[in-house]
Design a protein around this ligand. Structure first.
Ligand code: ZN
Length: 244
């Protein structure tokens, strides 16, 4: 599943279509896709893992879910796009994703300050929301899209490893400087992810995610599906402190 930084990269790759008019629409989506025809793209935006195409009277929201993907100016020979948008200078093909229309202005729909990649990101609000839920586990907190929109499982595992916090630690038990670090690194790691992904070196920088050995302790990492979110966690029992 693309995490927030990947959606920001998609947005940048689509800049040649900004201000252009949609000339062709196809795909196997059941939404009323023909209304996209002849619409002018005013902006490509992102909120967390949501990719947004803003047009004068409405917007299109794309969520890539678990298996979604896209191609720009090419098609997959083995799959039918969920939605394909043709411009006079190229095309965007979206696969296996969820698409829907948003009628309201995007600024009324989205809390931009919850998006870790946004210039409006608000760390004070994030800390406040975490402190309000003392029983929330670290592994669930980072995946909560109302607090850290855009953070996915890779970022979760790497942030907890980086700040040496065990995934089953409770928010109410984290010392204030650790809570601050968790919030800061959720954003910082997302920007590191963004830079590494653009340079095609993201995986090379993973220290815990999908890894077998702790690079700090040189002992085996633990792997388990943890928390209410039940996603894969990779962590070191030795150097990641359990706060409960
Ligand atoms: Zn370790």
């Amino acid at each position: 599943m693309p995490e927030g930084p990947s959606i920001v990269i998609l947005k940048e790759q689509l800049s040649p279509f900004l201000g252009r008019t949609i000339q062709q629409v196809s795909g196997n989506t059941t939404i009323e896709k023909q209304r996209l025809l002849h619409q002018r793209v005013e902006a490509f935006r992102s909120w967390g893992k949501h990719f947004l195409v803003e047009m004068p009277d409405f917007s299109l929201r794309v969520h890539f879910m678990l298996f979604g993907s896209y191609r720009i100016n090419e098609q997959k020979s083995w799959a039918v796009p969920r939605l394909s948008l043709g411009f006079d200078n190229g095309e965007l093909n979206l696969y296996a994703c969820s698409v829907r229309f948003i009628e309201e202005p995007l600024d009324l729909v989205y809390d931009w300050w919850a998006d870790v990649m946004s210039e409006h990101w608000d760390p004070v609000l994030a800390r406040k929301r975490l402190r309000a839920r003392p029983d929330l586990l670290a592994c669930d907190a980072l995946l909560d899209q109302d607090i850290f929109a855009g953070v996915g499982n890779i970022i979760k595992n790497e942030v907890l490893f980086r700040i040496r916090v065990h995934p089953l630690s409770k928010m109410g038990a984290l010392p204030a400087p650790k809570l601050r670090e968790l919030v800061e690194q959720a954003r910082q790691y997302s920007f590191d992810f963004y830079e590494w992904k653009k340079q095609f070196v993201l995986k090379k920088h993973w220290l815990a995610h999908t890894k077998r050995t702790c690079p700090r302790c040189n002992i085996p990492l633990k792997k388990a599906h943890l928390g209410r979110t039940n996603r894969r966690s990779f962590f070191c029992d030795n150097c990641q402190v359990l706060h409960t």
